[in-house]
Write a protein that binds this ligand. Structure first.
Ligand code: 5GP
Ligand code: ZN
Length: 148
C-alpha cells in the first residue's frame, strides 16, 4: 500500500512539500543518488521496476520555475542514472517524464523528473492521439515564432 506523508512545518505553520521533507530526512526514502544539489529516490509507486525520481534539493515548483543552472544539474544526473538503471534491470527502454502543473498530472509541486524503465511485459501506456486535421502547422509555428 502506498503511504503518503504530510508533515507540519512548525516554523511556517504549513504542510511542507513531501519532497522537501524527504530531502531534509524527515521522511524515509530509498535514495539512489545524492550530491549537494540533486537527489534521486525510488518512486514509491514503482510504475515499473526501478522507477526513479530525480529532483533539485532546492524547492522549485516546476520546470518553469527552476533556474537553468539547477535544471542542467538535474538533467545531467537524469541521463547518468537512466543509463545505470537500464543496465541493472536489463530494461528495453525508458520514458523520461516531467509533469508540469496539475493539468498534466503533477501531484507533488516540487520539480522532479521521472525515469521509468520500460520492459516488454510492462503495462504502461502513453498514447498520443492524432489531431492533425484540426490544426494548421504553419499557423502554430508562426504564433510560437512571434514570441521566440
Ligand atoms: P507527479 O505526479 O507529481 O509527476 O509525481 C509524483 C510522484 O511522487 C508519484 O509518482 C508518486 O508515486 C511519488 N510520491 C509521492 N509521495 C511519495 C513519497 O512519500 N515517497 C516517494 N518515494 N515517492 C512519492
Ligand atoms: Zn519541496
Amino acid at each position: 500500500m502506498i503511504k503518503f506523508y504530510k508533515i507540519k512545518d512548525k516554523k511556517r505553520g504549513v504542510n511542507m512539500c513531501v519532497f522537501c521533507n524527504i530531502i531534509e530526512g524527515n521522511i524515509p526514502s530509498a535514495k539512489i543518488y545524492e550530491d549537494d544539489d540533486v537527489l534521486a529516490i525510488l518512486d514509491i509507486s514503482q510504475a515499473t521496476k526501478g522507477h526513479t525520481l530525480v529532483m533539485p534539493k532546492k524547492h522549485y515548483e516546476n520546470i518553469l520555475q527552476i533556474p537553468e543552472d539547477d535544471y542542467i544539474k538535474v538533467m545531467s544526473k537524469v541521463k547518468k542514472i537512466a543509463q545505470v538503471i537500464l543496465k541493472v534491470f536489463d530494461a528495453k527502454g525508458l520514458n523520461i517524464l516531467n509533469n508540469c502543473n496539475e493539468v498534466s498530472g503533477q501531484t507533488v509541486m516540487h520539480f522532479h523528473v521521472h525515469i521509468i524503465p520500460r520492459y516488454n511485459t510492462d503495462d504502461i501506456q502513453i498514447k498520443f492521439t492524432d489531431h492533425s486535421s484540426q490544426y494548421n502547422l504553419e499557423d502554430i509555428k508562426n504564433q510560437i515564432l512571434k514570441q521566440m
